[in-house]
Design a protein around this ligand. Structure first.
Ligand code: 5GP
Length: 113
């Protein structure tokens, strides 16, 4: 079954898209946990960081490039948090690799969830 993020990538669900290329898409989180909360999502369906293979490692560079440029674009480059969840106990709800980026204000110590 397609994940929510696959549906967003295929435009079957709406989202606010900040950036997109052949490998990743960057959207606002629908339920933000900080004044700025966006997601950088791989277009390749990888369930989580735990399933990343060495052939996918180039995606990590791409993801962190996009994170850096998006934080500058949104004016939070001085202070932000990046996190990714693996498994339901860690708070993962969508089994499709994505990185949360939170900023724009004082963040709690524990992150989101
Ligand atoms: P996870 O819980 O897997 O680490 O992160 C999934 C994130 O996707 C959550 O922060 C949740 O708010 C977000 N989310 C869930 N459904 C949607 C949706 O339909 N659109 C967008 N933009 N974000 C969503």
């Amino acid at each position: 079954m397609a994940t929510i993020f696959e549906k967003i990538i295929k435009r079957e669900l709406p989202s606010h898209i900040h950036y997109e290329d052949e490998e990743v898409i960057c959207i606002d989180d629908k339920y933000p946990q900080a004044p700025i909360h966006f997601l950088v999502i791989t277009k390749k369906v990888i369930p989580s960081i735990h399933e990343l293979e060495s052939s996918d490692y180039y995606l990590l560079g791409k993801i962190f490039d996009v994170i850096k440029s998006m934080t500058v674009k949104l004016g939070i480059e001085d202070s932000y948090r990046v996190l990714t969840n693996h498994g339901s106990q860690a708070g993962q709800t969508v089994p499709h690799l994505h990185f949360h980026v939170l900023g724009g204000g004082k963040l709690g110590a524990k992150g989101i969830k």
